[in-house]
Design a protein around this ligand. Structure first.
Ligand SMILES: [Zn+2]
Length: 345
C-alpha cells in the first residue's frame, strides 16, 4: 500500500474539463531504485536511424509490417493504429519508412477524457494523432503523457499542445531533461506541463476507466509506463522494444532489466513497446532473454579482455530473433559497453 497522486478529469458546467489533484492511497508495486548520476549525452534513441533503414532487407521490413495483432483502423506510411479494445488504440510506427511519428504511442478514451500517449517525433505527427483521437472518440485529447525525454517521443510537443484544453503530463525529471538536452524544445509548452510523481504511481481517472502512470527507470533516468488493469494493457515506453534491438545510449542496464521484469504481468497482457509491433507475453519473455543475452556478452567480453566495440562487432542476436532489426549497427557495442560499465564499476 502506498500513496499516489490522483488526477480526476470531469466536465465542468461550462463544458471545460475540470482537473483536481488529490493524494490517494493505492496498492502499488513499490521498489526503491538506486539513483545514478546521469551521463551527459544528447543523442536520442533514434539518432542513428536511417543507417540500418537503408541496410534493412525488404523481407525483414515486410515481416514487421505484417505483425498486426488487432484490427487496423488507420494506416499511413509512418504507422498504423490497431484497436486493442473498446476505447484503447495503439500506434505502431514504421520508423524505417517515415519519421513523422517515429515512436509508438496510443489513445485511451473514457467518459471524462481522452489520453494520448507520447507527443511523437514531429509536430505534424502529434497533430495527426490528435486528429485520430478526434476521429475515433469524437473528442480532442484531454491529456498527453510523454514517457521519457528522447526527441523521437517529444519532438512534437508543440503540435500536441495545440489541442484546446489539453493537459500535458511528464515527470519533473523528463521535463527538465527535455529543456537541458533537446536544443529546439518549446520552453513555453514545457512551462505548462503538469508534473506526475517520479516517486509513485499517478492515477488518471477517466470516469468509467482509469490509467496508472507508473514511474520507472532504466532506458533513461526517468521513464514512465502507462497501465490499464482491465483489459490488461501496458504502454511500456522505450523500456520495451519488439522486433528492434533497444538503444542503450542513456540506459542503466541493470535497472532496465530489473524494471522490465517488474513491469511484466502474470495475466495475459498486450504490451505496447516503444518501437516495433505489439507484444504478448511470449514476445515480452523473448525480450527479457535478449536483455540477459546482452549482459552475458558483456561478462564474456570482460573475461576475454576485449573492448565493447569488438564484442559488439562479434555479437549475434539470440536464436529466433534473426528477423529483428536495429536503428544502427553500433547499438550492439553500445549495449554491451553500458553493461561492462556497470559490471566493472
Ligand atoms: Zn528512448
Amino acid at each position: 500500500m502506498g500513496f499516489s497522486w490522483l488526477i480526476r478529469a470531469g466536465p465542468r458546467p461550462n463544458g471545460r474539463l475540470q482537473l483536481t489533484l488529490t493524494l490517494e492511497a493505492v496498492v502499488a508495486d513499490r521498489r526503491s531504485y538506486t539513483r545514478r548520476e546521469f551521463v551527459e549525452r544528447t543523442t536520442s534513441c533514434a539518432a542513428h536511424m536511417g543507417v540500418m533503414a537503408a541496410a534493412s532487407p525488404l523481407w525483414v521490413r515486410g515481416l514487421w509490417t505484417r505483425q498486426e495483432r488487432f484490427p487496423v483502423v488507420a494506416s499511413e506510411p509512418w504507422g498504423r493504429i490497431e484497436e486493442i479494445d473498446d476505447g484503447i488504440w495503439a500506434l505502431v510506427s514504421n520508423p524505417l519508412e517515415d519519421r513523422t511519428t517515429l515512436c509508438n504511442g496510443g489513445i485511451v478514451a473514457g467518459r471524462a477524457g481522452v489520453v494520448v500517449i507520447e507527443s511523437f517525433a514531429s509536430d505534424e505527427g502529434a497533430r495527426w494523432m490528435a486528429r485520430q483521437a478526434m476521429r475515433l472518440t469524437g473528442r480532442a485529447p484531454t491529456h498527453v503523457i510523454v514517457t521519457h525525454y528522447h526527441g523521437d517521443h517529444t519532438g512534437g510537443l508543440r503540435g500536441a499542445a495545440e489541442s484546446a484544453d489539453v493537459v500535458m503530463l511528464a515527470t519533473g525529471s523528463t521535463r527538465d531533461t527535455i529543456l537541458e538536452r533537446n536544443g529546439d524544445a518549446p520552453a513555453d509548452v514545457l512551462e505548462g506541463v503538469e508534473l506526475v510523481s517520479g516517486g509513485g504511481p499517478t492515477e488518471i481517472d477517466l470516469g468509467d476507466r482509469s490509467l496508472l502512470v507508473v514511474p520507472r527507470r532504466g532506458h533513461t533516468g526517468s521513464d514512465v509506463s502507462i497501465e490499464i488493469a482491465d483489459p490488461s494493457v501496458v504502454f511500456c515506453g522505450d523500456l520495451v522494444w519488439n522486433g528492434m534491438f533497444p538503444n542503450y545510449v542513456d540506459a542503466v542496464p541493470n535497472q532496465l532489466s530489473q524494471n522490465v521484469r517488474i513491469m511484466r504481468r502474470t495475466e495475459p497482457t498486450t504490451y505496447v513497446p516503444g518501437h516495433g509491433p505489439l507484444a504478448d507475453d511470449a514476445a515480452f519473455g523473448a525480450y527479457i532473454e535478449l536483455l540477459d543475452d546482452v549482459e552475458a556478452a558483456a561478462r564474456r567480453a570482460i573475461e576475454r579482455g576485449i573492448s565493447a566495440e569488438e564484442a559488439g562487432d562479434e555479437y549475434r542476436l539470440p536464436r529466433g530473433m534473426e528477423d529483428w532489426t536495429l536503428f544502427s549497427p553500433q547499438y550492439f557495442g553500445r549495449a554491451i559497453g553500458a553493461w561492462m560499465e556497470v559490471l566493472s564499476g
